[in-house]
Design a protein around this ligand. Structure first.
Ligand code: AMP
Length: 656
């Protein structure tokens, strides 16, 4: 089952040639890249695109994500560190070699099996950033089940909506997480969500970290993780070894996970990922895009440090699967970049000789507010590249960190849907010059089109168009929306009449040299600190407050977070907001409602109260005009507005 190194050698060395081969000879290209992972049964067809826009990659091939991430490294990397967990929140550190990770994952897989989880069943993971979350994810795919990780910052109602969509057999949670030293209980939110849910899981496995002393177990449903571990460690049967659970070999297109993301409607979309295509995409991206060299030789190991959270796609791909498939040591960091001080990340880089880091522009902007002396306090010379993604990267932020730690910064652009970069420089192939503000070029395999919003025609250089991808989407990209193929086609492939292309919902330009620049979203989705939130989702959360009649939420430019949500609400009982003091109390109440319904992540920075919202005569909210006023810009064409005084109210509120 070993990858053929001969095949890997024959790739072109200039990025242009490399890219060209990926789109002109995709079968040759992807067959070569597919040799980076182990298959128990070879595929018979590279891509089946007979039912567009659905694409099936590596048809007939059988593999397993967990096998590729762990088992196949045991012969050569058993004693190498696989996972290093560092928490500045609870001041702890744990390290797992590939052998130890194998043991932990097998134990968790045995637990899941004992709870009746089998191939195709869903396991919902609502966890803080702790190693057990990684064990749970790997154990799930080991047995052919499908995980759905819900970010620990989401509140009970959001969690319930995801439970009802994924219908998990088992949920895994912890007593609590911690943020800035404050305990954030998760178990009570899990209980509340399950109460709301129409499809509650049969069992909840609870990792009790001893942080929340008031934790309650529901008999028969809730199981303590440590007790289950003890049962499956072999000790009960007199053996002292972990139970080995064989990998479930699955066909390449078997779903590995569902990850929910926001869209223009309030209902989150379950992005469904396959197994084989995803494993190949990540295995290829580690050397080509991230220039990680671990995979080149079994004796050689490098450390990758991605600062994201496992609740996001970046965490799935580049804290867990990408680095492990590639035989790297991966760092999982639980905490803020400024605690205990702003040198923590650089201390980690020094200690673990990190080769490549992945973070977000917001995180760098947070560090930029701190004493720059932290940048030179530690030896960061091992660091070759810092990849930043999730939101536009501004030049001052990029320059500051590039000079501060003497590292090459690489802006890369992608989405939950793609699973790996759509646009990026590929320094592992060729270290092409970069232009600030641009995530460089299309990644290999992506056939990008910039289409005119209305005509669908290709736009001229430097002209704004909608960033689209010509299907089939490359390996690793979403295969559909979980349980809703029709919504997948309608949402992503129906924007243009002239052809069926995937729409990213981002504006972009491309200059004469082929560099792309992202110009913001075409839809009502906003980007807060690199995280995507639907304005509809926030509006629905606000409407859960009993005194809110109507509300509009817009994303407004923010120096630190890129964008923040601002709400304009019409109340039912105006007496409650009659004075500035009452309005301030009401604003706090509305914010608390959002915390409860959606999670603090969606909390608006301000809630303004108005008596009427700016709408067109046909009743459509004029969000772009509201946003323009909030950002001090011209509100644009107002010929269709129903009531001009509505915009005056917005203006007055913002200016006060
Ligand atoms: P998410 O799916 O939550 O990762 O959000 C994806 C969205 O984030 C994209 O559609 C873009 O709007 C934005 N985004 C991601 N990376 C970049 C980048 N490098 N530059 C500008 N916007 C980005």
């Amino acid at each position: 089952m070993a990858a053929s190194s001969e095949k890997l050698m024959s790739q072109p060395r200039s990025y242009q040639q490399f890219y060209k081969q990926s789109v002109s000879e995709p079968d040759v290209f992807w067959t070569r890249e597919a040799a980076r992972i182990d298959w128990v049964k070879p595929f018979t067809r590279v891509c089946d695109f007979s039912n567009p826009p659905f694409a099936k990659w590596f048809v007939g091939g059988e593999t397993n994500l967990c096998y590729n991430a762990i088992d196949r490294h045991l012969a050569t990397r058993a004693d190498q560190n696989a996972l290093v967990w560092i928490s500045s929140e609870v001041e702890a550190q744990r390290t797992f070699t590939y052998r130890q990770l194998f043991d932990e994952v097998n134990r968790f897989a045995a637990i899941l099996k004992s709870l009746g989880v089998g191939k195709g069943d869903r396991v919902l993971i609502y966890m803080p950033m702790i190693p057990e979350a990684v064990f749970a994810m790997l154990a799930t795919v080991r047995i052919g089940a499908i995980h759905s990780v819900v970010f620990g910052g989401f509140a009970a109602a959001s969690l319930a909506a995801r439970i009802d969509d994924a219908k998990p057999k088992v949920m895994i949670t912890a007593d609590a997480g911690s943020r800035m030293g404050k305990i954030i209980p998760l178990k009570p939110l899990t209980d509340e969500a399950i109460q709301f849910a129409g499809h509650p899981p049969k069992h909840v496995v609870v990792v009790n970290r001893g942080l929340d002393k008031n934790i309650q177990y529901i008999p028969g449903r809730d199981m303590d993780y440590m007790a289950l571990c003890h049962r499956h460690s072999g000790k009960d049967s007199g053996k002292d070894s972990t139970e080995i659970v064989p990998c479930e070999w699955v066909e390449s297109s078997h779903p590995s996970y569902i990850l929910y993301t926001s869209g223009t409607t309030g209902k989150p979309k379950g992005v469904q990922r396959d197994t084989g295509g995803y494993a190949v995409a990540l295995a290829a991206s580690m050397p080509h895009i991230f220039d990680m060299r671990s995979g080149s030789s079994p004796q050689f190991a490098e450390t990758f440090f991605c600062t994201s959270d496992i609740g996001w796609v970046v965490g799935h791909s580049y804290i867990i699967y990408g680095p492990l498939i590639n035989g790297c040591t991966t760092i999982m960091y639980d905490g803020l970049p400024v605690r205990p001080d702003a040198g923590i990340w650089w201390k980690i880089v020094e200690e673990y000789k990190v080769s490549v880091m992945f973070s977000s522009p917001t995180a760098v902007r947070v560090l930029k507010k701190q004493d720059p002396a932290f940048l030179t306090k530690y030896d960061t010379s091992s660091l070759r590249y810092l990849f930043l993604a999730g939101e536009p990267l501004d030049q001052p932020t990029s320059d500051w960190i590039e000079k501060g730690i003497n590292v090459k910064v690489i802006d890369n652009y992608w989405q939950t849907e793609s699973g790996w970069p759509i646009l990026s420089a590929e320094p592992g192939i060729e270290d092409t010059p970069r232009k600030c503000g641009s995530p460089s070029f299309a990644s290999y395999g992506y056939r990008i089109k910039l289409k005119h919003e209305e005509t669908g025609l290709p736009v001229a250089p430097n002209e704004k168009g909608v960033l689209c991808i010509q299907p089939p989407l490359p390996p690793g990209c979403m295969s559909t929306i979980w349980g809703d193929d029709a919504r997948f086609v309608k949402t992503y492939f129906s924007s243009f009449k002239d052809e069926q292309v995937y729409t990213t919902f981002d504006w972009a330009t491309c200059d004469q040299d082929g560099y792309y620049f992202i110009m913001g979203r075409t839809d009502d989705v906003i980007n807060v600190a690199g995280h995507r939130l639907g304005t509809r989702e926030i509006e629905e959360a606000i409407q859960a407050h009993h005194n809110i009649a109507e509300v509009a939420v817009v994303g407004v430019a923010d120096a630190l977070k890129g964008q923040v949500p601002i709400a304009f609400a019409v109340v039912k009982n105006a007496a409650k907001t009659a004075t500035p003091e009452l309005a301030a109390i009401h604003e706090k109440e509305v914010m608390a409602t959002v915390d409860h319904e959606l999670g603090a992540i969606g909390r608006p920075a301000r809630v303004y109260f108005v008596t009427v919202l700016p709408k067109t005569r046909s009743g459509k909210l004029l969000r772009r005009s509201i946003q323009a006023i909030c950002e001090g810009r011209d509100p644009g064409d107002l010929t269709t507005i129903e009531d001009l005084s509505a915009l005056d109210q917005v203006k007055q509120q913002v200016e006060n």
